[in-house]
Design a protein around this ligand. Structure first.
Ligand code: KG4
Ligand code: ZN
Length: 333
């Protein structure tokens, strides 16, 4: 029997979840809208908003799960990777809370947690499986042998897939984060309207910085002839950019699946909410006879539910950390 409270504060979402015997009974997420007009997350602002949010979000999660502080058995928290100032708020709160309540502390790797979100609801993937983890800061193909036995077999050499979406959105003068907006406009557009070059990167690695530059030059060139080019063609631009990013992501995933002879395939992270990616993955799965796993929307983007389920599996293994634990902006598996 275990009731675990988990805290996520690695970027711009303050989130707290409760895991009661392996079931997520609360998952409260406070989004920060303050970054919208800056084209990206401003670390100092994010950290301050986490400080304002953390107590009410904890209270809301306890209320939602109908548990009291005395029912808790452990406190899990995101140790990294992420923005140091943001992580510090969650880590410090977790440590103080655990000390006050005399509870064990569980440190969770945010990228592993994105993958472990697949163990919240059924159907769950079977080990070993491959997971394409695509977020605002990371793009990785991970070979998952067990809950905490994971190996990165391919990753981006520069920008993450989420960054490619967000930076394109910035070029298109859309607010941050632009990924969900590009997804929305792409639904009305023609994915083959414009073509962007696919990077030629070896192995299972990715690169998205070239794509961003070619989009920027393409837009600049078209705007010379027509200053309303973006507004007039927004849907087609978004559909074409999304089509390119999804194609790049899935081509390497296909290569990884055939290299490892694995047909159990998952996607995770904020970009796994993208409807174009989900659709193309389903189509590829039918052709390749894959068994695919896509997380529920609420567990794609940053959330503490995934930290809580990771914490639950660490709790089972007795994997605790001491009060001397510190956040890590970069964190290995
Ligand atoms: O996993 P996440 O919430 O935070 C990080 O750990 O980075 O991912 C955020 C990223 C952002 O780049 C956001 O634009 C992207 O996920 N994103 C999407 C969609 N929803 C979120 N990108 C494309 N389509 C979406 N529907
Ligand atoms: Zn994330």
């Amino acid at each position: 029997m275990s009731v675990i409270l988990a805290i996520e504060s690695s970027c711009d979402e303050t989130s707290v979840a409760i895991c009661n015997n392996g079931k997520i009974t609360a998952n409260v997420i406070a989004n920060q809208t303050i970054h919208e007009n800056y084209g990206g997350v401003i670390p100092e602002l994010a950290s301050r908003v986490h400080q304002q949010n953390i107590v009410p979000v904890i209270q809301q999660a306890l209320n939602d799960a109908k548990v009291g502080k005395s029912d808790l058995n452990a406190i899990a928290f995101t140790r990294g990777p992420g923005l140091l100032g943001s992580l510090l708020v969650g880590v410090s709160f977790a440590k103080s809370f655990a000390m006050a309540l005399d509870l064990p502390l569980i440190a969770v790797n945010h990228m592993q947690a994105h993958i472990l979100a697949h163990f919240i609801d059924d159907p769950k993937p079977k080990f070993p499986f491959l997971c394409l983890t695509v977020s605002g800061g990371h793009t990785q193909i991970v070979l998952v042998r067990d809950y905490f036995d994971m190996e990165i077999v391919g990753e981006t050499l520069d920008d993450a897939a989420g960054e490619a979406f967000d930076k394109t959105a910035k070029i298109l003068k859309l607010p941050y984060p632009g990924g969900p907006l590009i997804d929305k406009y792409a639904k009305q557009g023609n994915p083959l309207a414009f073509k962007f070059p696919e990077p030629q990167i070896k192995n299972l690695d990715y690169s998205f910085s070239g794509l961003k530059t070619s989009i920027l030059y393409f837009i600049r060139a078209r705007e010379k002839d027509n200053s309303d080019f973006i507004t007039e063609h927004l849907n087609d631009i978004c559909a074409s950019v999304q089509h390119s990013i999804v194609g790049i992501l899935l081509n390497k995933l296909k290569k990884a699946a055939s290299h490892y002879g694995i047909k159990e395939i998952a996607i995770a992270g904020g970009v796994s909410a993208n409807s174009g990616l989900r659709l193309a993955l389903q189509e590829m799965a039918e052709k390749q006879h894959w068994n695919v796993f896509v997380p529920a929307f609420q567990y794609c983007t940053d959330n503490a539910g995934m930290i809580a389920i990771a914490g639950y599996h660490k709790y089972q293994q007795g994997d605790f950390v001491g009060q001397d634990v510190a956040p890590l902006s970069r964190m290995e598996f």
